[in-house]
Design a protein around this ligand. Structure first.
Ligand SMILES: C[S@@+](CC[C@H](N)C(=O)[O-])C[C@H]1O[C@@H](n2cnc3c(N)ncnc32)[C@H](O)[C@@H]1O
Length: 336
């Protein structure tokens, strides 16, 4: 992640913030592990010895899960296991990245995708295993209402909405799809799939089921995933979009991994490309999107992403696609 330079949060702050801002309300186990880890000088020394971009709680906890260690049985068991297996934990942390692939985010992208001129050529940057490249192959249920989408899909994505969301009544038509990742994960590779599963937090069984369903969908027709840096590869991939399809470059939970000059370079590149650009990132990550938000539009007490079309913010989204709060709704905080 970014923040490797001076003024970056230390391991203790990372773990304390993760406990309170990310795990609270979503994973009691991870909240406990992160909170107690942040107060454990010995563990923080081990974590502090990792490269700056490898200290995230999600990466450490995912590595422990991947290796079969305990993350749901309380801090003492976790701590003892990590101490006893540190060399393996460290090797996994160094070899892997936080590549959480959340197909649920398709529910927040869908209204924009369905409103663009069809058919689409989807180009996802930071695609991980490419599970967000199949928005036309899932089922959707907004506000607990009727399901719609691919009737054969094993994946149903639930999303709560507020504001004037332009809810689609049809799926987008995808003519072509491809992704870019520094380290693409392969849905046909058991170890890669186990890594994806290890990144789902302990209590989140519905997310795990969703992930497994999405892997099944992707295995039926895996999209092309190009290995490389998004800034190097995006132009070439857009150039390959078939004639007659609208190119759509999109990304979620990706640009926070870049340094600010990399984000700026990407924004400059993508603005000059044909087609459209959909971003779904933390509120401060893209300065041009952040600069168009009004004061008070982003809540201070919960983690949200900002969904934007061609740099123009349109909604707040739940980071795993669980909610979509369209700007301009009556009385909504998004309007303030
Ligand atoms: C948190 S995952 C999100 C995956 C997917 N976008 C989703 O929403 O489910 C971030 C992904 O971005 C990739 N990534 C980070 N920096 C990148 C870069 N400079 N170029 C390409 N991919 C990058 C990581 O390898 C990882 O797979």
């Amino acid at each position: 992640m970014t923040g490797t330079g001076g003024g970056a949060p230390g391991a203790r702050e990372l773990y304390a913030a993760f406990a309170e801002r990310e795990a609270r309300g979503h994973s009691p186990s991870y909240r406990e592990l992160a909170a107690r880890a942040s107060a454990d000088a010995g563990l923080m020394e081990l974590v502090g010895g990792l490269p700056a971009g490898k200290q995230q709680p999600n990466l450490l906890f995912g590595a422990v899960r991947h290796l079969g260690g305990p993350t749901g049985g309380g801090y003492p068991a976790f701590r003892a296991w990590v101490s006893g297996h540190w060399d393996r934990v460290r090797a996994t942390v160094l070899a892997r990245r936080t590549q959480t692939n959340e197909p649920g985010r398709c529910a927040t992208l869908l209204p924009l995708l369905a409103a663009l001129p069809q058919p689409l050529a989807l180009i996802e940057v930071g695609a991980s295993a490419g599970l967000c490249l199949h928005p036309d192959r899932y089922r959707y249920r907004y506000d607990g209402g009727a399901e719609f989408g691919d009737p054969r899909s094993p994946v149903v994505l639930d999303c709560a909405t507020s504001g004037p969301v332009p809810l689609p009544d049809r799926l987008p038509e995808v003519a072509w799809r491809a992704g870019i990742d520094l380290d693409p994960l392969d849905v046909r590779d058991e170890d890669d799939v186990r890594w994806l599963e290890s990144l789902v937090w302990p209590e989140q069984t519905r997310r795990l089921e969703r992930l497994r369903g999405a892997v099944q969908v992707a295995r039926a027709e895996p999209p092309e995933l190009v290995r490389g840096d998004l800034n190097e590869a995006v132009r070439g991939l857009v150039a390959r979009a078939p004639a007659g399809a609208t190119p759509v470059v999109f990304h979620s939970a990706v640009l926070s991994y870049l340094e600010p000059d990399g984000v700026e370079r990407f924004a400059t590149t993508v603005r000059a490309l044909p087609g459209h650009w959909i971003s779904n990132e933390a509120p401060t990550v893209l300065p041009e999107v952040a600069g168009r938000l009004r004061p008070g539009q982003v809540p201070a007490d919960r983690t949200v992403f900002v969904l934007a079309l061609d740099g123009e913010p349109v909604a707040l989204t739940g980071p795993h696609g669980q909610s979509l709060d369209w700007f301009g709704g009556p009385g909504g905080s998004a309007e303030d």
